[in-house]
Design a protein around this ligand. Sequence first.
Ligand SMILES: NC(=O)C1=CN([C@@H]2O[C@H](COP(=O)(O)OP(=O)(O)OC[C@H]3O[C@@H](n4cnc5c(N)ncnc54)[C@H](OP(=O)(O)O)[C@@H]3O)[C@@H](O)[C@H]2O)C=CC1
Ligand SMILES: N[C@@H](CC=O)C(=O)O
Ligand code: NA
Length: 428
Amino acid sequence: MKLVKIGLLGLGTVGTGVVRIVEGHQEDLSSQVGSPIVIERIAVKHMEKYRSVSVDQSKLTEDPWEVIRDPEIDVIVEVMGGIEQTKTYILEALDRGKHIVTANKDLMALHGAEILAKAQEKQCDVFYEASVAGGIPIIRTLIEGFSSDRIMKIMGIVNGTTNYILTKMSQEGASFEDVLAEAQALGYAEADPTSDVEGLDAARKMAILGTLGFRTNVELQDVSVKGISQVTKEDISYAKRLGYEMKLLGIAERQDDEVSISVQPTMVRTGHPIAAVNGVFNAVYVYGEAVGETMFYGAGAGEMPTATSVVADLVAIIKNLKLGVNGLKAIVPYKPKKLKTDEQISYKNFILLHVDDKAGVLAQITQVFAQHDVSLESVVQQPNDQNPDAEIIIVTHHASKANMDKVLNHFEGLEVIRRIKSVYRVEG
Ligand SMILES: NC(=O)C1=CN([C@@H]2O[C@H](COP(=O)(O)OP(=O)(O)OC[C@H]3O[C@@H](n4cnc5c(N)ncnc54)[C@H](OP(=O)(O)O)[C@@H]3O)[C@@H](O)[C@H]2O)C=CC1
Ligand SMILES: N[C@@H](CC=O)C(=O)O
Ligand code: NA
């Protein structure tokens, strides 16, 4: 077979890992694909920057177009990040018949449908395993492993930074701000950590997983998002006392053909496999109608784990080239999208209220739940050492989001409630 030549866009954390794996595993790789894997050109932003891998300087360019337009190059590996300009590069590369590997979740969450449609038109492969849960082969699993099943639910811890923060707050009682600084120093956080902390990074990944799992085009605006910036040490300690761990959970669910996708801090019952996923690790729990429960665990970011997925995609493309089947396995979402309404979305809730400590308060509160058809699993009242209010901790049975919103609105106007301290989704 003709030598397959690779153009690399980016030689940062992930790009460096790609070079290391292509060099370090060359013998294994070339024996799988039947020819050496050669990185022909590399686009970087700063030519003069020190690189921790040695690369032939003559391969470097500061102009990505030189790589995209090089007729010798068969596959573009995009690990430089960015959205609009990067989309232009990728679409032009596809127009030129080049296959694509990308780790770019921001790009795929926003423009995946357009890119995959172009790939199909041009009979090219676009693979993006590293874009969700870096080193975990979850995209391949959803496309191939579960092609025979009907996926009903995907729950993911798909952001390492926030899982690290919540784990440290839970295990060491550390404060949010201190742990965020640590996560940044470890190199897991995005350049602007707001997208980690406020759930946007996880939402982008859940849009990708939802699209693949449900074969419908889940867009970023379809994902309801709440981050962890309001989660306090007290909330986490309440969660633990009640037998839950606090996790930033992406949840994509389907009932019949209607779907909902969300990201929010969630109290997960201790004992559920995803509750035990700590530190920077990621995990994706998938429930299929036929297979039942499955879970996939591993490193969600970092140089070598992420590069492992990128190079595996590269191997898949070269194998397809050998077989002459590129572009035939693209999953372009085909099902019309039907999003669940707030009346159809249903889950359990944890609510912490600060209330007047006097007779009849509990009765008024439970009356509001009854009025809006929300049934209660448990109610605990306890005095609060810090102030004269009492605390009421309520866990509901499954209730529709619409009814819960009515309850919370009603509480806003109820004089005996001093403060709705916290509200969390409960799972497991
Ligand atoms: N880091 C991780 O663990 C993970 C990253 N990803 C995704 O992988 C991608 C890359 O991430 P990461 O390696 O961390 O990013 P880095 O910031 O470490 O690296 C980006 C690389 O791209 C180059 N670059 C940036 N802009 C341009 C440009 N306009 N022209 C030419 N070169 C450019 C930079 O050049 P120079 O070196 O000269 O500055 C650098 O080499 C992103 O999409 C990210 O979301 C996905 C999963 C995990
Ligand atoms: N910022 C992300 C990096 C990987 O996508 C994370 O914390 O998981
Ligand atoms: Na992955």
